[in-house]
Design a protein. Structure first.
Lengths: 513, 231
């Protein structure tokens, strides 16, 4: 019996050995790795439009999907609120959402709502450490909550100023022709006029509120040869230059309008503690300048009506109807045309574009001939993060995918094609080497300078406590609700604010300085 | 003789003879047992040699196949790396060309700006007949600057394509490299197993056969992982 068993084992081993050899023979015929694993389906939620999703699918995800036997389906969302909504639905009725694109503003809310799980759960600790070391520490912090890495940073965006170089040159050369009128307009507001020894500065990077006002005035009062009428070749002059307002920012009661208003408030020195104080000097200064721009017709007429969203401001710039506007990196690439062959073409004469930091907010009111209050150049940095939905089918795969997309080459290409601020430390260090096009370097230079001059996270209470709506209502009443020829002195603005500001609610707990 | 009384000492002789016969029988039995044991040992040795031979044939054949496939994977990885290197080199050359064009463009821009400044200094407008020659040169410079932009853009996109190719090829070399490493490791283990099997034939130790087969099996598994890359 024992002998029989032994013989069976030996024969079995021989047969197995022959089978293995036949197997190796077959491997020799086709040595590529076989796709033995079952091909799984996974869905990725992206806050992006169809062209961007297509670009990401072709250039970032396709290679990963092929290598990992996964079929990726993309779900688009227009806003982060829609992303939030879709994550809520996913929690209730899972559909196999592997990974989602969220922003830092919603990070805490998503965690508290139990809609996401820590991305660290799907990662080997050493692997996670390695992934985080490659990213900018400040950005990594935005993805960490209560000491745990809930999100992996994906990209960042912040507003800078975009301008047409010929327009700034024009304003620099000719603004003094209008000096008398500008002085008169400002004298009406501050009793003095321009600050002592004022000269329009050549580079918008050094502008403050007065420079922007002066440039806007000059542009709005002269036909602009550099605007829609311009062509790259000087011999062509078939379209007559027209006079129109050439400065715009998001206005009206949209989310973009609220964001821009908050940005302006912070540039004039508002802090999170001052939100809700309607007598804060920074608020009065902001509204006074906006009233001045409105009164003298320096902003597009749409601001008087339904307002302008950021994409409409971008659209005006795309038609060369504007000379200066705030813009982020993604919109900058849309405006200019991406720095890659497969990117969409941009505006005509995109070579005239340049970028600068946002102007320093200063008060129109003067003291000893100089602005009485000085703010700073400031912009809110928005960080987009990869989040793992709470019922993600494969958190490990989700982490691997997020890490794969964040590798240097892919992030560099995404920056060049779609526009963003890279979140990788090596790309931020090497950006003058990695991004070689001159205009791209100008844009990134301005962005990184903006980060140094002043940037921050959105105050937590802005949307949660409905301050955005309250401030928009106040601006509407004080700036646009009064007759156009109403006085724009600080006293008049203060009076209008007192008349229009909502009664302090329980949330107005901050002290103004 | 029959009926003759045996002498007295013959009983002892008989006893001795009987003892001797018994001893001889024992010796024969011992020899027989020894012969049987030798035969059994020879059979076992023969069986061991057969098993070693079969195992060695299987492992040698596998080693040959593994060597081929390892070579293929190494070539694929090497080819991807070479392709990445070639793309990098071409990109660097094109980049140098791009920079040269940019330098040329900067010179043309300076020339254009000089004419503009000269016209401004003379207080002559572009449509003034006195500026005709300047405008001819100015327009020429502006057209050249535009052409530089278009050309440089094309070169730049080509540089980007090559950089992307370098990136993709570098990633493409990773998987074949992993495979080649596993095939190589598997091959080394099988070689070690074959050495053990050779020693088995010399020493006739069964445990060495078991060790050799076990090592060979591990080598085969490692080599198989080179194909499927589970680990």
């Amino acid at each position: 019996m024992r002998g029989l068993w032994r013989r069976f084992v030996v024969d079995g081993l021989v047969v197995l050995g022959i089978a293995v050899n036949v197997g190796f023979l077959l491997i020799n015929l086709r040595p590529d790795r076989p796709h033995l694993a079952r091909r799984t389906k996974a869905r990725i939620l992206l806050r992006a439009g169809e062209p961007r999703i297509k670009w990401m699918r072709d250039n970032q995800f396709a290679e990963f999907a092929a290598a990992n036997d996964v079929e990726l389906e993309f779900v688009g969302a227009k806003t982060f609120e829609e992303v939030h909504q879709k994550l809520l639905e996913e929690k209730q009725h899972p559909t196999g959402l592997l990974l989602a694109d969220v922003d830092d503003e919603h990070a805490q809310e998503l965690k508290d709502g139990g809609l996401v799980r820590p991305i660290a759960d799907g990662a080997d600790p050493a692997e996670l450490r390695q992934a985080l070391v490659e990213l900018i520490p400040d950005v990594v912090e935005r993805g960490a909550l209560d000491g745990k890495q809930w999100y992996l940073p994906k990209r960042a965006l912040l507003n800078v100023a975009v301008y047409l170089r010929p327009a700034v040159e024009d304003a620099y050369l000719h603004w003094e022709e209008d000096r008398k009128e500008i002085e008169a307009a400002l004298q009406e507001a501050n009793g003095v006029g321009l600050p002592k020894g004022f000269r329009l500065r050549r580079t918008p990077d050094r502008w403050d509120s007065f420079d922007l006002f002066v440039a806007a005035w000059t542009w709005a009062h002269h036909p602009a040869r550099w605007a829609e009428a311009s062509r790259r070749i000087s011999a062509e002059n078939s379209i007559s230059p027209v006079t129109a307002p050439r400065v715009a920012w998001p206005c009206g009661e949209s989310e973009d309008g609220a964001g821009e208003l908050l940005n302006a408030l912070y540039r004039h020195g508002t802090t999170e503690e001052q939100l809700g104080r309607f007598d804060a000097p920074a608020l009065l200064d902001t509204l006074q300048w906006q009233a001045l721009f409105r009164k003298h017709g320096l902003l597009p007429a749409e601001c008087e009506k339904s307002g302008l969203e950021q994409r409409e401001v971008n659209g005006l710039f795309h038609e060369r109807k504007l000379a200066w506007a705030p813009i982020d990196q993604a919109d900058s690439l849309w405006l200019h045309g991406g720095a890659r062959r497969d990117a969409e073409p941009g505006m005509p004469g995109a070579g005239d574009l340049s970028w600068a930091t946002l102007p320093q907010g200063v008060s129109a009111e003067l003291k000893d001939g100089l602005p009485a209050r000085k703010g700073r150049s400031f912009s809110f940095e928005e960080v987009h993060l990869w989040a793992v939905p709470v019922r993600s089918p494969d958190p490990r795969l989700a982490f691997q995918l997020a890490r794969y997309v964040g590798q240097r080459g892919l992030q560099q290409r995404e920056t060049e094609a779609e526009g963003m601020l890279p979140v990788r430390e090596d790309l931020r260090q090497d950006y003058p080497i990695a991004f070689r096009l001159e205009w791209m370097q100008h844009m990134l230079d301005a962005s990184f300078r903006q980060l140094e001059r002043g940037s921050g996270d959105l105050p937590s209470g802005w949307a949660e406590d409905d301050w955005d709506e309250k401030y928009l209502e106040l601006r509407q009443a004080v700036v646009y609700g009064r007759p156009k020829d109403a006085p724009v002195t600080l006293a008049a603005i203060r009076q209008a604010v007192q008349h229009s500001s909502p009664p302090p609610g329980p949330e107005a707990k901050h002290d103004a300085r | 003789m029959p009926g003759e009384k045996p002498p007295q000492g013959s009983g002892e002789e008989t006893k001795l003879l009987r003892e001797e016969v018994a001893l001889q029988k024992q010796e024969v039995a011992l020899q027989k047992r020894e012969a049987e044991a030798r035969q059994a040992r020879e059979i076992r040795n023969e069986q061991l040699k057969n098993r070693v031979s079969v195992a060695a044939i299987i492992l040698t054949t596998a080693l040959s196949f593994i060597g081929n496939v390892r070579s293929d994977r190494s070539d694929t990885a090497g080819s991807a790396r070479a392709s990445a290197e070639s793309a990098r080199r071409q990109g660097a050359e094109l980049w140098a060309y791009y920079q040269m064009k940019m330098g040329e463009k900067a010179s043309t821009e300076i020339a254009r700006d000089r004419i503009r400044l000269d016209l401004a200094a003379r207080g002559v407008a572009r449509d003034d007949p006195r500026a005709r020659l300047d405008v001819v040169k100015l327009t020429g410079y502006e057209e050249r600057i535009r052409d530089f932009d278009t050309e440089a853009e094309r070169v730049f996109f080509r540089v980007q394509d090559l950089e992307a190719q370098e990136d993709v090829q570098q990633r493409a070399s990773v998987e074949p490299s992993r495979s080649a490493f596993r095939y190589e490791l598997g091959g080394k283990l099988i070689t070690l197993a074959l050495i053990l099997l050779s020693v088995t034939i010399l020493s006739g130790k069964r445990y060495l056969l078991i060790a050799g087969v076990a090592l060979g099996a591990i080598g085969l598994l490692v080599a198989l992982d080179g194909y499927v890359l589970f680990f």
